[in-house]
Structure formats: structure tokens, C-alpha cells
Write a protein of this length. Structure first.
Length: 340
């Protein structure tokens, strides 16, 4: 019986041995740099970097030099259908990249496009801008917002910021005057900076041909139960959308038209939009019925906020504190008889 087990094991190893060797030797990833600008050429000896990634973890990285025809080749590369293969190069100061997933990387060459540059962002447009109220802190009267902006360059040249023509020479995005704690992320090439101003911020990133996402979050502090919101749209937008949880507040706006509610992640959102917003215009709306802190916390906040906005007489404050104390005693468990 043991002999049969050994024989089956040896036959299995013989059949699997070529696959084991292939896994140890790795595969071949190759591709070609192409110039996507009409009349553009590919310079020789451009450096190419290959990064192999599994779920945001770098598995392998190596470099090569492209030939005179733009071709590049990497050998002994780890293979796996759960791996992503990112190739990149730098041309005229802009980083270009392309991604292949799993078997696509070794079954066919990866095209890596580069482009000639043009100064300024006149060829860049914003197909859509979506503003989402992602949360509210009633205790501190704080709203949290997320912007998802699509940026598109439909030309065959990379738009690079023109720092001599500020602010129109760079990508600009609007913010309400009350915005705090700005955080920005984008799928644009690396190397850009965020420059915040009075009515928003600018990105100094290059914009190659194609469509990209710019995401940014911030917080707004409100007073009372309403907030007047004015959003500049410096680049204009094909459509501006507002998504607001249905149980958060009511919306009043001269610019936004109401649509059917949308359900996202089990939560119902009010959905409003404005189409064809010209560059330099603003979109304004008013949120009414915002969440409020419990009454006793609101009184404490009012009294302790320097400088005092409302002065509460001592007798009234004492009655308030006594009421809170009575409420707390009634909520506490009864003590056993004879204690205290």
C-alpha cells in the first residue's frame, strides 16, 4: 500500500514539476512606450519601472531601459492572477503609468502612452461634481462633506500648470468660506501640490489626456439649526449634484432641482442637481432643520463659549443643573434599604 502512495506522489511531482519551475523562474512582462500626441515621437533610452502589487502590498519592483522603438522587457517576474503589474516612465517631467491585472501582464504587451505638453488647463473640463454630506456631529454642530470631482482632458496633450497665469493657469476647486480640515486625494500623476486660497484650493498637478478623479473632504461648523452654503465652481461643471441623508435636513436652493431619492448602503439620500454650470458661477443652498445637541449640553456650550453670547442668570442656571441632577438620580439603580 505504501508503495502505491509513493508512486502516485512521484507521478504527481513529475506532472507538476514544469509548473513549479515556471513559478520559480517567473514570467516575462513586456510592453512598448507610445507617444499619443499627433506627430510626437518616443525618445530612446527612457527608464521604465515595474511594480508588482498584491492588495496594496509591493511584491516586487525592478527597472529597465526602453529601446529606440520604445520596447521594454522584464524577465523573471512573479506571476499570479491576484497580482497587479504597474509600469511607469517619466517624460518631460511628467510620470505616466499603465496597469495590467493578472494574466493580462504576461499574455500580451502592455502599452505605455506618453504625451507632449501644453501650458495651462484651458483644455480641461469637469463633467461632474458630486457633493455628499457624509456625517454630522450634533454635539459640536459639525457637518462633514465629501466632494467627488471628475476631471477630463479630451485633447492629445498633457495640460501642465502655468504658474505665470495664476489662478487661471492651474486646476481650481471651490470651497465654502466655512470649510475646515481640508484633505485632498486624486488619481492624477504624482508631484502636484495643494495650494489653498480664500474661495477654494488649486492643484499644481499635470493632467494627461483621459478622465481622472479628485476627491476632497472638509468640515463645516454651523450655528443654530440652519446653514447657508455657497460653493464656487471655478472650472464650471456639466452637472453638480448634492446628496444629503434624508434624515439630516431639508434643502432649499435657487440653483438645484430635486430628483428622486437614491438609496446607497441602505440609507436614503435626497438627490438634487444643477446642469450646465458655467465657469466662475456659484451653487448655493440652505440646509434647514440640522441636528441639535441635547438641551442641557446646548446650555453648557452657550455658557462656556468665550466670549459669552448669552448670559444665563445664576438662578436659572441653578435650576437647570438641579433638573439634570434629578434626572440622573432617577435614572440610577435603587440602593438597597438601609444603605446610606
Amino acid at each position: 500500500m505504501k508503495g502505491w502512495v509513493v508512486l502516485v506522489f512521484l507521478v504527481g511531482m513529475v506532472c507538476l514539476w514544469p509548473w513549479v519551475l515556471r513559478a520559480q523562474e517567473g514570467g516575462v512582462v513586456e510592453g512598448r512606450i507610445i507617444n499619443g500626441t499627433a506627430g510626437g515621437t518616443v525618445p530612446p533610452d527612457l527608464p521604465v519601472t515595474l511594480e508588482v502589487v498584491r492588495q496594496r502590498t509591493l511584491v516586487d519592483m525592478r527597472t529597465a531601459t526602453a529601446g529606440a522603438d520604445g520596447a521594454f522587457r522584464f524577465e523573471g517576474v512573479p506571476q499570479g492572477r491576484d497580482l497587479a503589474y504597474l509600469v511607469s516612465t517619466s517624460y518631460q517631467g511628467v510620470v505616466y503609468s499603465a496597469v495590467a491585472q493578472g494574466a493580462q501582464a504576461w499574455e500580451q504587451p502592455i502599452p505605455l502612452p506618453i504625451y507632449e505638453k501644453t501650458s495651462g488647463v484651458e483644455g480641461v473640463r469637469v463633467p461632474s461634481m458630486t457633493l455628499v454630506a457624509t456625517g454630522a456631529d450634533a454635539r459640536r454642530r459639525v457637518l462633514e462633506f465629501l466632494h467627488a470631482v471628475q476631471v477630463e482632458n479630451s485633447t492629445d496633450r498633457t495640460a501642465v500648470p502655468d504658474m505665470q497665469r495664476l489662478p487661471r493657469g492651474v486646476l481650481r476647486f471651490g470651497l465654502p468660506a466655512e470649510a475646515q480640515n481640508l484633505d485632498v486625494a486624486a488619481t492624477l500623476p504624482p508631484g502636484g501640490e495643494v495650494v489653498q486660497g480664500e474661495q477654494g484650493f488649486a492643484l499644481t498637478s499635470a493632467v494627461p489626456p483621459g478622465r481622472y478623479e479628485v476627491l476632497y473632504t472638509y468640515r463645516v461648523v454651523y450655528r443654530g439649526d440652519a446653514l447657508d452654503f455657497t460653493l464656487p465652481v471655478p472650472l464650471g461643471a456639466g452637472v453638480v449634484r448634492l446628496m444629503l441623508p434624508e434624515d439630516l435636513a431639508q434643502v432649499e436652493s435657487p440653483h438645484l432641482q430635486g430628483l428622486e431619492p437614491a438609496t446607497v448602503g441602505g440609507r436614503v439620500y435626497r438627490l438634487l442637481e444643477a446642469r450646465g454650470v458655467p465657469a466662475g458661477e456659484v451653487v448655493s443652498f440652505r440646509l434647514v432643520g440640522l441636528p441639535q445637541p441635547p438641551w442641557f449640553l446646548a446650555v453648557v456650550d452657550t455658557v462656556s463659549r468665550p466670549p459669552w453670547v448669552v448670559v444665563v442668570p445664576g438662578g436659572v442656571l441653578g435650576a437647570v443643573l438641579l433638573g439634570v441632577l434629578v434626572w440622573a438620580v432617577r435614572r440610577s439603580p435603587q440602593s438597597p434599604a438601609g444603605e446610606g
